[in-house]
Design a protein around this ligand. Structure first.
Ligand code: ATP
Ligand code: MG
Length: 134
């Protein structure tokens, strides 16, 4: 199954989280990422998809293969219109969770990618964008 270089997937439940992993894996294969780098990107995408579903009440994943001539990469955004994150630096602290989790999804994802951007405000939803270059 070939995945378009740019696209969007709704994230509503567990099945979509699995689909997001499969799409990111396929994109990493198309970009010829090493197995280790594939795993990094898939793990980050999986955590962020889960946050979108669990904390954001559902949303969408948008992806884009970046081609700058000299370098290629993969950028994936996880967006929702949920409650937002009131304190970003707290949410990015290892082990901090607002409820039953391990509190490692957000800070762990940040360490697995080259670029990490979070936009969120209470009542305004959340958008986390990750990028990994080849
Ligand atoms: N999309 C989101 N919308 C609202 N709050 C979020 C979102 N993503 C993360 N958060 C908040 O940030 C906290 C930290 O997220 P993180 O993924 O690190 O931990 P967790 O989801 O609680 O546990 P886990 O280790 O299982 O992922 C969450 O507990 C939640 O309060
Ligand atoms: Mg999480």
């Amino acid at each position: 199954m070939a995945v378009e270089p740019k696209g969007e997937l709704p994230l509503r439940g567990e099945v979509d989280i699995v689909a997001s992993r499969q799409i990111v894996r396929q994109l990493c294969v198309e970009l010829k990422f090493s197995l280790v780098d594939q795993t990094k990107m898939i793990t980050a995408a999986s955590e962020l998809s889960r946050n979108t579903v669990v904390h954001g009440g559902g949303g969408r994943m948008r992806w884009e293969i970046l081609d700058e001539g000299m370098r290629r990469g993969l950028r994936v955004a996880f967006e929702d219109d949920g409650p937002g994150i009131p304190d970003l630096s707290l949410a990015l602290t290892d082990g901090w969770t607002s409820g039953g989790g391990m509190g490692l999804g957000l800070p762990g994802s940040k360490r697995l990618v080259h670029e990490f951007d979070v936009r969120s405000a209470p009542g305004q939803g959340t958008c986390v964008t990750i990028t990994r270059w080849k």
